[in-house]
Design a binder for this molecule. Structure first.
Ligand SMILES: CC(C)(COP(=O)(O)OP(=O)(O)OC[C@H]1O[C@@H](n2cnc3c(N)ncnc32)[C@H](O)[C@@H]1OP(=O)(O)O)[C@@H](O)C(=O)NCCC(=O)NCCS
Length: 186
């Protein structure tokens, strides 16, 4: 992959692919965002350190991290569909620690993820986002994600109903106008 894996100076935040040794830092970063309770469905990170290491090693999945002073401050994952019928689809999740948002890290990670998907032959990159997360939705739309659907009143957050917005990014938009012919048959 084309990004650098070492910071040039101690204040630089780098975006790189995760190693199994990042598992603990990833769990701690994810848990800190889950503790905010307003952006992610799960409130506890479900994988153990070992489970996380196995996920990082899975060549069908992508895990990107932002690293600042040896601390993991952002995580992006793409999980490729595991069946023949949905291997052309990826599902993305992203979480950046409070204090590191609005500096372009989300944009950098998502751009790298889209490039990775293209190289893997993943045509659709899906995500789900709470309708209350207007910051994230406007960023996704700016990058080119489209709204594909909505599950109304799918969640209750702080005593309010919240919709689940389904969004997708077409990594090879020409596919929209054609069948599977000419595409990679997995
Ligand atoms: C949503 C999230 C991933 C976005 O990542 P981010 O790093 O904050 O996003 P970026 O900095 O790339 O872009 C966010 C905004 O900052 C702006 N921005 C980018 N670089 C900037 C910079 N150097 N200085 C100031 N603003 C900047 C962008 O233009 C964008 O503006 P907009 O929202 O008005 O369009 C992140 O905020 C996050 O993890 N939030 C909490 C968890 C969450 O919501 N996860 C997603 C669940 S679906």
């Amino acid at each position: 992959m084309f990004w650098k894996s070492k910071a040039q100076n101690e204040d630089e935040i780098i975006v790189r692919q995760a190693n199994p040794s990042d598992a603990r830092g990833i769990i701690s970063c994810m848990q800190s965002v889950m503790d905010e309770r307003k952006y992610l469905v799960s409130e506890y990170y479900l994988l153990t350190e070992r489970g996380e290491q196995e996920r990082i090693r899975n060549p069908d999945d992508l895990t990107l991290v932002c690293e600042h002073r040896k601390e993991i401050v952002g995580v992006l994952t793409v999980q490729r569909g595991m069946y023949r019928k949905n291997r052309h689809v990826g599902t993305m999740g992203i979480a950046i620690k409070a204090g590191y948002r609005h500096r372009g890290l989300g944009t950098r990670m998502i751009t790298e993820a889209i490039e990775w998907c293209r190289k893997q032959g993943i045509l659709k990159l899906n995500l789900e986002v709470f309708s209350s997360n207007t910051n994230a939705i406007s960023l996704y739309e700016k990058i080119g994600f489209e709204r594909e659907g909505v599950r109304r009143k799918q969640f209750i957050i702080d005593g309010e109903y919240v919709d689940d917005i389904l969004m997708t990014y077409w990594t090879m938009p020409e596919v929209l106008n054609g069948g599977v012919e000419g595409q990679q048959k997995q």
